[in-house]
Design a protein. Structure first.
Length: 262
């Protein structure tokens, strides 16, 4: 498991290495037009922000990656959809998106949950998964890897990147909830900075991916709760505002002449 701290990219996308012919990365607040309290590149359309501004922010991301960006309505479950073309389907409910097409990018948006990007650059299969506490327990990562395999991927070749998410030191939960998660993913059990029961999403995600056969996992390492450059739902609630935006993890296959990953 490789841990990478902090931005590695340009003014919109912090690029992560998932292999040749793949562009992948995570956004932050940088580069957007949303006003406070969503200030920055808010990509969430259901958090109270101006819909026109959100649409403009999504256009900024689309221009950066060079193709339409496909998102789904996320429900903290384990449903996975294979996307073959751009489709603005408001009824698409899924927490994992897979594609073999260079004509679209797949993405998930988050504000404490873990955005997980995966790629088999040989089979040319990529995926994005939304792995919060509930999705981790429900098996969204296993379902996403299984969907990739059905499209020709080999888990041993898959490279994964776990984006910024709330760290274990910041994710205090009741002991019963921590134990429920640990019963399914023991590696996610931890203690907060105050010594109370907590959940470590990144550690849990990495462990599940390894059990799926994914050997190369990059972990961003940034804590959304502690980093004001990132959106955090829990931080917004604790500071009294409650409203915050969403950043995203996005991945696409490049065509032969595209050099956007550089």
């Amino acid at each position: 498991m490789t841990v990478r701290h902090g931005p590695q990219g340009d003014d919109v996308l912090d690029v992560v290495p998932l292999g040749p012919g793949v562009l992948a990365g995570f956004t932050s607040r940088r580069g957007g037009g949303s006003a406070a309290p969503w200030e920055g590149l808010n990509l969430g359309s259901a958090v109270g922000d101006d819909p026109d501004v959100v649409a403009a922010n999504r256009t900024v991301l689309q221009r950066r990656v060079g193709v339409p960006v496909v998102l789904a309505t996320q429900v903290h479950g384990n449903d996975v959809v294979v996307v073959h073309e751009d489709s603005s389907d408001p009824g698409r409910r899924a927490d994992g998106l897979v594609t073999t097409s260079a004509r679209v990018a797949v993405a998930v948006y988050v504000a404490d949950c873990a955005p997980v990007l995966l790629a088999d650059p040989v089979a040319r299969v990529v995926a994005a998964a939304h792995a919060g506490r509930a999705g981790l327990v429900a098996g969204v990562l296993q379902a996403t890897v299984d969907a990739m395999v059905r499209e020709g991927a080999d888990p041993g070749r898959v490279v994964a990147a776990v984006g910024p998410c709330i760290a274990g030191r910041s994710y205090e939960v009741p002991a019963t909830l921590r134990d429920d998660v640990a019963a399914v993913v023991p590696e996610a059990a931890t203690r907060s900075a105050a010594g109370t029961p907590a959940v470590d999403l990144a550690a849990g995600v990495a462990a599940v991916l390894r059990r799926c056969g994914v050997r190369e996992v990059h972990v961003d390492g940034r804590d959304t709760y502690a980093d004001p450059a990132l959106y955090s739902h829990r931080r917004a609630v604790h500071t009294g505002g409650g409203a915050t935006g969403r950043f995203a993890g996005v991945v696409r296959l490049l065509d032969g002449g595209d050099r956007r990953g550089g």
